[in-house]
Design a binder for this molecule. Structure first.
Ligand code: NAD
Ligand code: GLY
Length: 367
């Protein structure tokens, strides 16, 4: 019998469907793991920050198994093939077989790297996501994108690989600092803007409560975000079409992250500024009213996020960085833009002059 998860959602992918458990004090309950751990061997992948906080709690729920752990250095700058290889080394050194389970315990960096290791080890072993940041709970742990960065581009090496389940324990957010909480809010705002206007409006009304970490509000925002994401992933798992909408603000954002150096700006901060740039371009194209652009900027600002990119990246550099993006097809930059508030499209039909206008405008701005 499970201890009252406040909510269980399903990512519907046929025989690869899986549950997302969202609630409090789930980490220590063996009932959430048992149906999803098939063999006897479990490798927990975490990092130096999360290990002292939550590794023992997870281990306490897995006493019936052979449990090993690998602790990675903490930071986006370590999301590399070289660091990732530590996970593979640990699986081999401990002689893990193909029925083993890899658990990613941490934020999106750990989850992406653990998932990619699970996808590659012996061509695929079982995988569980235990996201411990707001960003990971509302986005990176759901949907099966895994991978690492290359010095020339974010997330350029990876695989689609779905977990057996996601265990999102809201209590883990109590140890998260305010900057990381805001980073997660960027991805939450994204869901409102790509196709859920009433959620965007709810966020406008409840942002103070979310920043104050009101438990019920956070639970609702995580649940609604996961529901929105699960629907997009179920309809287009491998991003042949509309899954690219989940990248609203990300082409600008990835350019910022790569441009300033991985780890300088948080992913969610770069996405926050990127969403504002996408809104500005949408306004220049005549798709988004000025008042709505202002609402987008106001909510991003209220969430404690930057609305402008760093001034160290000028418009030309930004343009060069934006052309290294997984959405680029046949040398054409494709962007997610807003055709009205609460609705977005993936498009490569925008006037290059309008994009240049946004890059110059935001390249000059001081936040
Ligand atoms: P992160 O993994 O770097 O975590 C942020 C920081 O919080 C780290 O220092 C981490 O150690 C710390 N931390 C984690 N949990 C904590 C806790 N409970 N208490 C205190 N500190 C804690 O960053 P993130 O924002 O979680 O994830 C960003 C990464 O996710 C990026 O690499 C991004 O590319 C990736 N991402 C992937 C997807 C996807 O679909 N796979 C989606 C969005 C983002
Ligand atoms: N975060 C983008 C996606 O999952 O597709």
């Amino acid at each position: 019998m499970k201890k009252n998860p406040s909510c269980t959602l399903t990512v519907n992918l046929g025989e690869r469907s899986y549950p997302i458990y969202i609630g409090s004090n789930l980490l220590t309950d063996p009932a959430f793991y048992r149906p999803h751990v098939k063999g006897q061997q479990v490798l927990i992948v975490t990092n130096t920050t999360v290990e002292p906080l939550y590794l023992d709690a997870v281990k306490s729920a897995l006493q019936d198994y052979q449990v090993e752990s690998v602790v990675l250095p903490d930071g986006e700058q370590y999301k590399t093939l070289a660091v990732w290889q530590n996970i593979i080394d640990s699986l081999l050194e401990n002689r893990f077989d193909r029925r083993c389970t890899v658990i990613g315990l941490g934020g999106g960096v750990v989850g992406d790297m653990a998932g990619f290791a699970a996808a590659c080890y012996q061509r695929g072993v079982y995988f569980i996501q235990i996201p411990t940041t707001l960003l990971a709970q509302v986005d990176s742990s759901v949907g099966g994108k895994t991978g690492v960065n290359h010095p020339l581009g974010k997330n350029m090496i990876g695989a689609f690989y779905q977990p057996q389940c996601v265990i999102a324990d809201i209590e883990t957010l109590t140890t998260l600092d305010d900057r990381q909480l805001s980073a997660g809010l960027a991805e939450i705002i994204k869901y409102g803007l790509i196709g859920d206007l009433s959620f965007f409006e709810w966020l406008e009304q409840n942002m103070e409560g979310l920043l104050a970490r009101d438990h019920a509000l956070l639970a609702y925002a995580i649940e609604r975000s996961c529901k929105d994401k699960a629907a997009v992933v179920a309809a287009d798992e491998r991003e042949a079409g509309n899954r690219a909408l989940l990248n609203l603000g990300h082409t600008f954002g990835h350019a910022i992250e790569t441009g300033v150096g991985y780890g300088e700006w948080l992913h969610g901060e770069a996405v926050g500024a990127g969403i504002c740039m996408a809104a500005d371009l949408s306004h220049r194209l005549g798709w988004l009213a000025l008042a709505d652009l202002q609402r987008v900027e106001a909510l991003i600002k209220k969430a404690g996020l930057p609305i402008y990119p760093p001034t160290s990246i000028d418009a030309d550099r930004m343009m060069a960085l934006m052309s290294v993006d997984k959405k680029v097809l046949e040398s054409k930059i494709r962007l997610v833009l807003m055709n009205k508030l609460g609705s977005s499209v993936v498009t490569d039909t925008f006037e290059p002059e309008a994009l240049k206008g946004t890059l110059h405008e935001y390249g000059r701005a001081i936040s």
